[in-house]
Design a protein around this ligand. Sequence first.
Ligand code: DX5
Ligand code: ZN
Length: 233
Amino acid sequence: MIDILPSILSADFAHLADEIRTVEEAGATMLHVDVMDGHFVPNITIGPPVIECIRKATSLPLDVHLMITEPERYLRSFIDAGADSISVQVESTVHLDRAIQYIKNEDRNAGVVLNPATPLTMVEEVLENVDHVLIMSVNPGFGGQKFIEYSLDKIARLKEMIEEAELDCRIEVDGGIDSGNLREVLEAGAEMIVVGSHIFHAEDPAEALRELFRIARQFEGESSVGSTARFES
Ligand code: DX5
Ligand code: ZN
């Protein structure tokens, strides 16, 4: 099942609860929350207190993307604030395995994130311990950037690695996705699709999200027909 995760980074923070309600009513099944520290990335966003407020404003699962150095120092706070899923950038810690174990021991979903230039080999050893791998398709730090094309090949190679090892690990992709390139991102093998500015900067955010879901459902329909046909022949 494909999830489209609205990234609140591009929402109007002065009306965050309304913005979240809009995407929730339009069918969002998860929210993506970007945490930046002005150190790992050149931008500062929000921390645990805001996530605690978001937690009270919605029942949607919160997928927290940490773009901070030494994330292990703050995992406890993000879990207490209400994160359902925490993704850690592999470049941000020398103790990636420890961070993953910490998140899993707290019964939260654990993800690892790769910057565009970071090779897939960086997650090879931990692939069986994580719920998802997030492929950054822009350099993290800002919404509204252009999709980096070579991410498609990287997603496809990750998909092969996961299938070969028969793992239950989903591929998430984040950055520069809109209704024009969603299809190729899905074809490459991603299942959790983060979309920020294309939804929240649209004239009608609910309709922008519904359109993305239509593309995803059509893709799912076609792929299941394809797999049945392969099974029958
Ligand atoms: C970028 C963030 C993204 C961002 C994506 O560093 O991780 O989640 O919100 O925004 P768009 O969809 O506008 O590229
Ligand atoms: Zn993100």
